[in-house]
Design a protein around this ligand. Structure first.
Ligand SMILES: Nc1ncnc2c1ncn2[C@@H]1O[C@H](COP(=O)(O)OP(=O)(O)OP(=O)(O)O)[C@@H](O)[C@H]1O
Length: 432
């Protein structure tokens, strides 16, 4: 339920984050983020891979300062760790050589608490997350769900105003995730006690809508805050209710219109010479996943929508998005609104035998400037283009991308289309 607005616990103002990029460049990760964390709210961040969600959490926790802009805690600019925040990590981040209880106590001792208080608080936190009886166990003896309970207990033990969680349920099975989600919401719902707010990254729109009062949607790379959607439904929420489904649709529309804008697919290009030199980044999708997507669409009469693809194929939404982007780049699918449909070429492709598929694939690769550049480079290097030279070219032409990842995708797509071969033992690309 939306709360009457009071002054925020934390504010991010004009926050920008840049990291040293691969090969000497600069990687712009977050741009001009303005976001508040309000008392008594659950705020979920969603966005594509690499849009800077985890970075935003780390900035909020004060684990590093932003390159520009400010993070404020009760109006004061942060200088170092945020005293109001405790974090739960996706990978649990437990000390393997310590028992459950020691894992919780260690963070309290780091705050210079008297030993009696350390014991008391650790005990309370362990009880809160249902870990009584596990105090003496070591992380290796615990299931993933139980490990994450320790992660939560450790964060709660310091009595944070804001509990920050980075995809906390992504490593645990669905049923355990459901239970943990409910327990954390119960703990948060006790208005007499901290945490007052929860800020979490989620990969799932459903999860965000089950939990959040507000969902902040980040887009692209560098990550910018696309919009913040209020979720006015009372709790507990029923994910099958029409109201819930409508909001799921709404969020998907926002998310996909940012990631898959409805732009006209460019017409085939007459010749390489007539093109400008711009190369497009490659979505990091495997050719096998693209084939899988096309085959799935064919079974659905040539059309489906993004969530159906994700839920029928049990592939995470973000991965589906990347695969669809790649297939769209190759003109094999089109994405009007949230739908994904096979183009006439996509239909021909999926119904062709393997040799014809490879021919069509190769022809589509050659519509992309990046592959024409690589082919030209192989030619200029007398049929042997070294990996090193190509990586340098990729770093120059695509300074925002990881050249090694682009190289891997490029080689995999090129191999599948038999456009060129990669001789791993010598680290060179040669004509097929
Ligand atoms: N300490 C760092 N040094 C250099 N680059 C970094 C650092 N931390 C993050 N990055 C880069 O910043 C970009 C955004 O990373 P981040 O983990 O914040 O994104 P994300 O949206 O959480 O992604 P995912 O959903 O894949 O976890 C990535 O390209 C990552 O490689």
């Amino acid at each position: 339920m939306q709360q009457p607005y009071t002054s925020p616990i934390c504010e991010l103002r004009g926050v920008q984050m840049r990291f040293p990029g691969p090969r000497g460049g600069v990687q712009r990760v977050l741009e001009d983020i303005r976001l508040d964390v309000r008392p008594d709210e659950i705020l979920c961040l969603i966005g594509p891979n690499g849009s800077g969600k985890s970075t935003l959490l780390r900035l909020l926790a004060g684990l590093m300062p932003p390159t520009q802009g400010e993070v404020r805690h009760h109006g004061e600019k942060l200088d170092g760790l945020n005293p109001g925040v405790a974090m739960v990590f996706q990978s649990f981040a437990l000390y393997p050589w310590m028992t459950v209880e020691e894992n919780v106590r260690v963070v309290l001792r780091a705050r210079d608490m008297p030993e009696g208080e350390v014991r008391e608080r650790a005990h309370q936190a362990i009880r809160k997350v249902g870990l009584e009886g596990f105090e003496e166990a070591f992380p290796r003896e615990l299931s993933r769900g139980t490990k994450q309970r320790v992660g939560v207990a450790r964060a709660l033990a310091v009595d944070p105003e804001i509990l920050v969680m980075d995809e906390p349920f992504s490593q645990v099975d669905a049923l355990t995730a459901e239970a943990l989600r409910a327990e954390i919401m119960d703990i948060w719902a006790d208005k007499e006690r901290n945490p007052s707010a929860i800020v979490m990254v989620s990969q799932s729109i459903r999860e965000a809508l089950l939990m959040a009062d507000r969902v902040a949607i980040l887009s692209g790379s560098p990550g910018t805050l696309r919009t913040v959607v209020e979720v006015p439904m009372p709790r507990p929420r029923d994910s099958r209710s029409p109201e819930f489904m409508k909001l799921v649709d709404h969020l998907h529309d926002i998310f996909t219109s940012a990631e898959l804008p409805d732009v006209q697919v460019t017409a085939p290009v007459p010749s390489a010479a007539a093109q400008d030199d711009q190369v497009e980044p490659l979505p990091m999708a495997q050719s096998g996943d693209i084939l899988g997507l096309l085959e799935f669409l064919e079974t659905q009469g040539g059309t489906s929508d993004l969530f159906q693809v994700a839920s029928h194929t049990h592939v995470p939404f973000e991965k589906v998005l990347t695969t669809v982007k790649a297939a769209e780049m190759l003109d094999l699918v089109d994405t009007p609104k949230r739908a994904v449909l096979l183009t006439p070429l996509g239909k021909r492709f999926v119904n062709a035998n393997m040799d014809d598929r490879k021919d069509l694939w190769r022809a589509q690769l050659l519509e992309l400037q990046l592959f024409r550049v690589v082919q030209e480079m192989i030619h200029l290097e007398d049929g042997e283009l070294s990996e090193e030279t190509l990586l340098q070219e990729l770093a120059t032409r695509l300074p925002m991308e990881d050249p090694e990842k682009t190289f891997e995708t490029l080689v995999a797509w090129g191999r599948f289309g038999e456009l060129f071969a990669y001789r791993e033992e010598r680290g060179v690309l040669t004509p097929e």
